[in-house]
Design a protein around this ligand. Structure first.
Ligand code: MG
Length: 396
């Protein structure tokens, strides 16, 4: 078997939203289609890939380095002989030929896009949903039928006040989410506390007996704070008992995270900007995170794909963390399959933004903050009509 053709394109997901670091007015996504010579139902199997929001499209890296390496490779060097299928690990090695270690900038995004398309094709060739294939290959065959998701949003909308934020959160709770997340760090501490308290007042209307509103709210600083500001927020957030306090400082500042960890005993979440298993090892070694309460958010679509994510899970095992502490960033179907097939604790969800890449199959509504998976082969992009329509528009 062989790859016949690889197509790529760039799609805009521009919007008016802002977090503490960036606005999304020029945000783009790379998409790819890997066409194979395997025929199913009279048509060639095509694997599709894209990357998560927050990093820009990687057309230059794809066209100058990664696509030529794949296209120029001998077909037999890309194939899993025992399974008569593509081999994502061999393909990863070919993509990373002549790449020095470290410095995981945007190339991890370019490789992540291709890796997603490869796994989509591999599972389609085996005629299985990806999560089942992953459970068989990496686990003991057991997968989850439903995955915990939380609603990520609560961005800063220039010119709109706290009322808009509260309405947004109310909308997520009415859609079936139990936990919501909002941005902090683009306003003053006192202004952010007013925003947080407004959302907590809304959550009061939705909590069950014995719950606190804080247990349903996560906040995300997008790496904005230095240590003194991170600590000042920690002091104010501590009594609220939040679901988590996300990315307080720079993602690679393990010292800051360590200092913060000793000053705040509620859960943290971080890791969406760590792109290699070595970075994850450093976070676990030096970041002071607590395996019983903190969360890891590495996103396979930004971080060299599922091949590298499997190495991150090996690191997590070595440090005696549970896979259930992993809740990937990105809100996409691909990470949902990893969560279901590899025993992760959940997945992000963007009900309102980054469409059509955010969200899950049309036929799987959110209920009690859980989302199911379909039995469509591969990642099941074909079961998300707005996304498959986009792929068809660009690649047919
Ligand atoms: Mg985040």
């Amino acid at each position: 078997m062989k790859i016949l053709q690889i197509k790529d394109s760039v799609v805009s997901i521009a919007s008016e939203i802002q977090n503490a670091y960036i606005d999304f007015s020029k945000m783009t996504v790379s998409i790819v289609a890997i066409v194979t010579d395997v025929i199913k139902d009279g048509k060639p199997v095509i694997g599709y890939g894209f990357h998560s929001n927050g990093r820009y499209a990687q057309a230059g890296l794809l066209r100058e380095r990664f696509l030529p390496r794949l296209i120029e490779a001998k077909p037999e060097n890309l194939v899993d002989d025992q399974r008569d299928n593509l081999d994502p690990f061999k393909i990863w090695d070919i993509l990373m030929t002549n790449e020095k270690p470290g410095g995981h900038g945007d190339r991890s995004v370019a490789v992540g896009v291709l890796d997603m398309a490869v796994w989509d094709a591999v599972a389609k060739i085996e005629e299985k949903p990806l999560y089942k294939l992953l459970a068989e290959r990496f686990g003991k065959g057991k997968s989850k039928k439903k995955v915990f998701v939380y609603a990520a949003g609560g961005y800063y909308y220039p010119g709109k006040g706290t009322e808009t934020l509260v309405q947004e959160m109310q909308g997520y709770l009415e859609k079936g989410y139990r936990v919501v997340k909002m941005k902090i760090g683009a306003a003053s501490l006192s202004e952010d506390m007013q925003r947080i308290e407004a959302v907590l007042r809304e959550l009061e209307n939705h909590i069950d007996a014995g719950e606190t509103p804080g247990s349903r709210l996560a906040v995300d600083a997008n790496g904005r704070f230095d240590l003194s500001v991170a600590l000042a927020y920690a002091r104010e957030l501590q009594p609220l008992g939040l679901f988590w306090y996300e990315e307080a400082g720079d993602p690679l500042d393990y010292h800051l995270q360590n200092e913060l960890s000793s000053a705040y005993d509620q859960p943290f979440a971080t890791g969406e900007n760590l792109f290699s298993h070595q970075d994850v090892a450093n976070l676990l070694r030096y970041g002071g995170l607590r395996p019983e309460k903190d969360y890891l958010q590495m996103d396979p679509a930004l971080a060299y794909g599922l091949v590298e994510y499997s190495r991150m899970l090996d690191i997590i095992d070595q440090f005696n963390w549970s896979h259930s502490r992993c809740v990937p960033h990105g809100g996409h179907q691909f990470a949902l399959h990893l969560a279901a097939g590899l025993g992760l604790g959940g997945n992000e969800s963007y009900p309102g933004v980054f469409q059509p890449f955010g969200g899950f199959a049309d036929e799987t509504p959110i209920k009690d903050s859980l989302v199911g998976l379909t039995d469509h082969p591969g990642v099941g992009f074909e079961a998300k009509s707005d996304l498959i329509n986009l792929f068809n528009k660009h690649f047919q």
